[in-house]
Design a protein around this ligand. Structure first.
Ligand SMILES: Cc1cc2nc3c(=O)[nH]c(=O)nc-3n(C[C@H](O)[C@H](O)[C@H](O)COP(=O)(O)OP(=O)(O)OC[C@H]3O[C@@H](n4cnc5c(N)ncnc54)[C@H](O)[C@@H]3O)c2cc1C
Length: 394
């Protein structure tokens, strides 16, 4: 991804001391490194795989962005996150966001749906209530059931994930940051100066940020910390139109989230992007699996995700074939309350942890990076971090 010339120019040959080291160059670590470099810290971003790679949680072309959240703190945080995405678009000269709008639907009176509408209202974010009939007019390809209603978040849309990751890493390099990819961290020696050993060499720094995605627990166990993190294998499914070009579902689909009666997990969808003629629709959940088991294309007996999706497509999107045309794999790292962990290591205060983004962290990543950089440098946090503290699990 980066030419040798560019790397030599921006790194410090022979120098193994940094102000801050960030472990893991997914979207969270990359934005953390970017914010640290922005405030003048000499920062090293370490990544175990050659970049770009598809083995973590941040790859792929698209992610949903939205302000529609049942938790008011996320609706609030997303306002700044949108601004930071726009700044990155400007700094990198790359289009990273497409505004498609986002529909959330579910049974009338659904508690989460009501909280979403209330939060959008309270934060004066433009939104609309859509009845079953109004949905039919606006999106004939989506067939709500009697008694179901929708909320239309006008700010919702698509983030171009791979482009975003590349853009933030390039901006970090331009600010004087250093990236060493293909270098796995094998040992961390805590102390006032932390020593980080990799498959290549050792580095020292006053501060370390760990953003290891689905590998987080593997990195934290030797540091004496067990967190309630689970890794889930997600089947990313793409669905084909029955009559190509004859329905409007591909051309004008919004992003959507659906809370379906009788199903435990939400279902989400994005307009066609990755594969012409196919639309991405997935279950927000999956089966527990070790990160090394991600490529097993099996339907676990516990969460029958693909069967649930086939049923959903038949019921709600009848213009699509109710069998996936493409299935890919990705990993979620989830916490019990689906809120991330943004905190210091309880015993080593110069180690900051960002983990457990629970399948919804991409849209927040510019702000997560800012918050992790504040925790790392000791700057006052911009937000109340109680929902993200480790002590909440006790
Ligand atoms: C299928 C899917 C759909 C999603 N959809 C959305 C969405 O629509 N909207 C949204 O907001 N979010 C979404 N998310 C969530 C979002 O993508 C993740 O929250 C986010 O990408 C997590 O980023 P991360 O940096 O924490 O993890 P990762 O991207 O996994 O990065 C961690 C990095 O650490 C590196 N690493 C680990 N251990 C070591 C080591 N020892 N040494 C060196 N490097 C190491 C890894 O190689 C990896 O590159 C989705 C996720 C998935 C899987």
């Amino acid at each position: 991804m980066f030419s040798e010339g560019a790397r030599k120019h921006y790194s410090f040959p022979g120098c193994t001391m940094y102000d801050c080291i960030v472990l893991g160059a997914g979207i969270q670590g990359s934005f953390t490194a970017y914010h640290l470099a922005k405030c003048g810290k000499k920062t090293l971003l370490l990544e175990q795989f050659p970049l770009p790679h598809t083995r973590g949680s941040s790859h792929g072309q698209t992610r949903i962005i939205r302000k529609a959240y049942p938790e008011d703190f996320y609706t609030n945080m997303m306002q700044e996150s949108y601004q930071l995405w726009a700044e990155l678009e400007k700094d990198s000269g790359t289009k990273l966001y497409r505004n498609t709008g986002l529909v959330v639907w579910g049974p009338a009176g659904n508690h989460e749906l009501e909280k979403i509408c209330k939060n959008l209202e309270n934060y004066q974010i433009p939104w609309e209530h859509l009845s079953q009939e109004a949905m039919k007019q606006k999106y004939p390809g989506i067939s709500l059931k009697p008694g179901e209603v929708a909320c239309w978040d006008t700010s919702g849309g698509v983030l171009y994930a791979d482009k975003a990751l590349k853009a933030v890493q390039e901006c970090f390099l331009r600010m004087g940051g250093t990236i060493h990819d293909n270098e796995k961290v094998t040992h961390i020696e805590p102390g006032p100066m932390i020593t980080v050993t990799t498959t290549t060499t050792s580095y020292s720094a006053e501060k370390l940020v760990i953003t290891a995605g689905p590998w987080a627990q593997k990195v934290l166990t030797p540091l004496g910390l067990q967190l309630p993190l689970k890794t889930l294998r997600i089947n990313v499914c793409y669905w084909k139109e029955k009559n190509p070009g004859r329905s409007d579902i591909l051309a004008s689909s919004p992003c959507f989230l659906a809370a379906v009666s009788g199903e435990e997990h939400e279902i989400y969808g994005l307009p066609s992007q990755e594969y012409p003629g196919l639309i991405k629709i997935c279950l927000h959940g999956g089966n527990e699996a070790e990160v090394e088991e991600r490529d097993l294309v099996v339907e676990d007996p516990k969460v029958k995700d693909i069967s649930i999706l086939c049923r959903f497509i038949s019921n709600y999107l009848p213009d699509l074939h109710p069998a996936p045309a493409v299935v890919e794999q990705c990993m979620y790292t989830v916490t019990p309350d689906q809120n991330a962990i943004l905190d210091h290591h309880p015993l080593h205060k110069n180690i900051t942890i960002g983990a457990g983004f629970s399948g919804h962290g991409f849209k927040l990543s510019p702000l997560i990076g800012k918050i992790l950089s504040e925790l790392c440098t000791g700057a006052p946090p911009s937000y109340d971090l109680k929902p993200f503290q480790i002590t909440r699990f006790k």
